[in-house]
Design a protein. Sequence first.
Length: 254
Amino acid sequence: MTLSHDVAGTGPAVLLLHSTVCDRRMWDPQVSALVGAGYQVVRCDFRGFGQTPMPDRPYNNAEDVVALLDALGIERAAVIAASGGGRVALEIAARWPGRVASLGLLCTALAGHEPTAELDAFGDREDALIEAGDIAGATDLNVDAWVGPDADQATRELVRLMQHNAFDVQIAAEEEFGQIKVEPDLSAIKAPTLLVSGDHDFADFRQIAVHLTGVLADARHLELSWAGHLPNLERPDEVNRILVDFLRETYAAV
């Protein structure tokens, strides 16, 4: 199955991987900036998000994304990823290190991370709302939890739309197939990495960024005092500058 995706621009490839609160529409504010900086931008929806249906067999997100790159004839790309998409990006960079030129990870998740009590409580509340059939309430919970204070109302509504769509697609599935989990060897990652975290986010994501800064071969951590969990949507112009500067340092455009 091909992941729903779109491609814009020409030049070295930049792959955008979305948060699992969102879908590929979360990158709308970044596409024109990256294309204007001289890159070919690829973004996709994971299975069960956006326009990609739920799987009909066990699957692995990283393998899905690499298959998409193969289908597009892209041998190597910089990868910009958010939250759950960052976990996928780390797996790709560890399993296929030669295919990842650089990594920009915004509030990334990490396989095996032990959640804080605060994040656990959020998950329990979300599960309870979904079990009760209150999808609107579960959606509101996610918007309140993940969108930082600098986001405008239009951004909050976009996140609400994306999260509600994900719930609708996933709950409607007749049968649920699990992900094939792989424990990636992070020491195999050689790509220069920028780890971004937000001061208004759950503490988990700063902890992950600090941990990865010490584990990865070439990584640096940027803490944004104003940001929540989705900084690229909260202050897109500022994050665009950060990302373009990072790519220019690590992955020159033609």
